[in-house]
Design a protein around this ligand. Sequence first.
Ligand SMILES: [Cu+2]
Length: 260
Amino acid sequence: MKKKLLAVAGVSACALGLGLGVPAMASASAAAVSYEATLNPIAANKVTGNGTAWVTLNGNSAEIKLQVNGLLEGAPHAQHIHVDALGQCPGDAQAKDHNGQRSINVADGVPLYGAIGTSLTTEGDTSPAAALNVAAFPSNGSYTYTRTIDLDPNVVANLQKGTAVLVVHGIDYNGNGTYDGVLGASELDPSLPAEATDPALCGAFKPMQMAGVPAGSADTGGGATASGMSSTEVAAGTAAVVAIAGAGLVAYRRRRPAQD
Ligand SMILES: [Cu+2]
């Protein structure tokens, strides 16, 4: 029994040691909570990309990571945390006629995902006021985004109650390799084509679960339970492993392009 406990403690310490790239608070603080959103393509907008978003919260401080794949290359992709609605993403039922083409613009999705709570810019202002600051958003079709920012308390509350939704914008509806007027002008800023602001990927944030941990660490969890550790100890170890697994995944994906 004691041996097993020590073994579990060793694994936890090892996992913590590996987390050098993670801010100390993220792995050491029991108050840290992580959320994950699977980003699905808005099919009605002819999007075929995908992605994942992670938020690790320490109070109002949020370490945010996004992995995005398969969007229009060389065009800015506005990305926001939307709040204060149903915590859902639009589907074909929300598609409407825009310039003669059935598609989903930002306003069509607002009843489901809500208004902009945070603008995930690469630098500077992260408030809703920076929502269309196109120079401050990633402009690759596939990218990894990482930034630690302070979130508005209302955005934190939305994460906690399941109504925070990550939306990445910018589509190529007619597949011609650029944002153009095929869907008319953007309803948000008439100086931009609708393709530049229409939603491309969408996913609701959910608390990260044990099921998200890669299979390799499954025996750690089993050992901890069998050895009679308190649920608090098990939870603390699990949280650390989850945080590190997430960080490792991003690091792995980051390294891949260099190897290819
Ligand atoms: Cu948005």
